[in-house]
Design a protein around this ligand. Structure first.
Ligand code: SF4
Ligand code: SF4
Length: 122
């Protein structure tokens, strides 16, 4: 059985790959930061705190937006990393198979991590 550390390293790796993929689909969209909401940032901050991670805030009204976008690592803001609008997914060059595969791998890792955590509290 995979250890938590191994799974967590995989989580960091694959959420980064998913982020790179979605970021490249967005390109230079004028609506960058389109789906960001303070309540999502708050949820992300609370989840990280539960894992013992203190996220630094920026001075932007959305607490984690820096000069180059969100400063939270992709694996600590899962729903934000996964999100890509319908318009971007309709581009002729959009690789649906890769997007679905990366999402599948990420959610499988999350399930396994959750199973490990549940087994520990039993
Ligand atoms: S998800 Fe869509 S609207 Fe949002 S930044 Fe990307 S292309 Fe733009
Ligand atoms: S991407 Fe970053 S700034 Fe946007 S909602 Fe998620 S955590 Fe907040």
């Amino acid at each position: 059985m995979a250890t938590r550390e191994h799974l967590y390293r995989r989580k960091i790796h694959f959420y980064r790959a998913l982020y790179d993929f979605t970021f490249n689909q967005c390109g230079h969209c004028v609506e960058s930061g389109c789906a960001c909401k303070d309540r999502i940032c708050q949820h992300v901050e609370e989840q990280a705190a539960q894992q013992g991670v203190k996220l630094e805030r920026t001075t932007h009204p959305l607490r984690f937006i820096g000069p180059k976008g969100c400063i939270v690592p992709p694996h600590l803001r899962e729903t934000c990393t996964i999100y890509l609008c319908g318009q971007a997914q309709k581009k002729p060059s959009f690789d649906t198979k890769r997007y679905d595969k990366l999402k599948r791998i990420c959610s499988k890792i999350d399930w396994k991590l959750m199973e490990l955590e549940e087994a520990q509290v039993r």
